[in-house]
Design a protein around this ligand. Structure first.
Ligand code: HEM
Length: 296
């Protein structure tokens, strides 16, 4: 992880980049310490959770990048328009296809908090485009920072191939040096002409963007917990149920068997395993009675 000293002299107090970092310091800490993120950092992430987070990110980046394209010639966005280097939608599509198979679009749906974030992105893009930079900053600079640590954790925890499949989201082909690119991005943000009132609104919007991300993580955590309570443990690895306990489970999930992975790849996020079992039992009983009656 890099430290805050990576900031170079191009950033001076009063610069938008410095102001954004300062204004979002507290919400960044809050985001890092959500239960979902804390578990992720410990390597406690199941395949199902990873698929859920990629799904939310797909909806978020689709909205963000749609609005970026709409505003790519807006003076308040032009300097930070870096589609080849940053845009994530295509990478997320590839990851979703890897995990869900070719019919991935039919397998996913947008959770409520993610939809709220998506709605805000569309609102900003269409009504207050001067605030769009706050959303781009929150996601892209975050992905180029902590995101790189999360990539390694996910790869290890989920036993993903080191060829990068399933992890395209975290791989920025067009960025050879993340630290240098972030410096360039900061200096471009600082070049956007902005009056103090607008700058203040951008800072508020960045805080709002962080809070929207926190709500997304909290909802995902809630969905995962509900899934456990409803007795769908087959989709989770056992260590998910032993979170917070000491011992070997603290060090990360057990390997996912290949067969299990394939099975999970082709099932939805909330499968009806007990229901299917129940239907099979009833069908079996009906068949047995029918055969018995026929034989009489
Ligand atoms: C486990 C969770 C996270 C970890 C470990 C993490 C870690 C980091 C690290 C190490 C940096 C670099 C700090 C620096 O350059 O001085 C960073 C920067 C950043 N992170 Fe995170 N982060 C996490 C979650 C998030 C989330 C959820 C968001 C927003 C959605 C986010 C947004 C950002 C942004 C915008 C920056 C750039 C700050 C700046 O230089 O202005 N991070 N993060």
């Amino acid at each position: 992880m890099e430290g805050s000293k990576t900031h170079s002299s191009e950033s001076m107090p009063g610069d938008l980049s410095e102001a954004l970092k300062e204004a979002t310091k507290e919400v960044h800490e809050q985001a890092e310490s959500t239960e979902f993120m804390k578990n992720f950092q410990r390597g406690q992430v199941s395949l199902q959770e990873f698929k859920m987070v990629l799904t939310s990110l797909y909806y978020i980046y689709s909205a963000l990048e749609e609005e970026i394209e709409r505003n790519k010639d807006h003076p308040a966005y032009i300097p930070v328009y870096f589609p080849a280097e940053l845009h994530r939608k295509t990478a997320l599509q590839e990851d979703l296809e890897y995990f869900y198979g070719p019919l991935w679009r039919e397998e996913i749906s947008c959770p409520e908090s993610t939809q709220k974030y998506v709605n805000r992105l569309h609102y900003v893009g269409q009504h207050e485009p001067e605030l769009l930079v706050a959303h781009a900053y929150t996601r892209y600079l975050g992905d180029l920072s902590g995101g790189q640590v999360l990539k390694k954790i996910a790869q290890k925890a989920l036993h993903l191939p080191n060829t990068g499949e399933g992890l395209e989201f975290f791989t920025f082909e067009g960025v050879s040096n993340a630290t240098k690119f972030k410096q360039l991005y900061r200096s471009r943000m600082n070049s956007i002409e902005m009056d103090p009132a607008t700058k203040k609104r951008v800072l508020e919007e960045a805080k709002r963007a962080f809070l929207l991300n926190i709500q997304v993580f909290d909802e995902l955590q809630k969905l995962v917990s509900q899934c456990h309570e409803n007795g769908h443990p087959a989709q989770h690895k056992p260590e998910l149920r032993t979170r917070g306990t000491s011992g070997a489970h603290e060090h990360g999930p057990a390997p996912v068997k290949e067969g299990e992975k394939t099975l999970m790849k082709h099932t939805g996020m909330l499968p009806s395993t007990p229901l299917v079992r129940w239907i099979l039992v009833v069908s079996f009983l009906v068949t047995t009675v029918a055969v018995g009656l026929f034989a009489m």
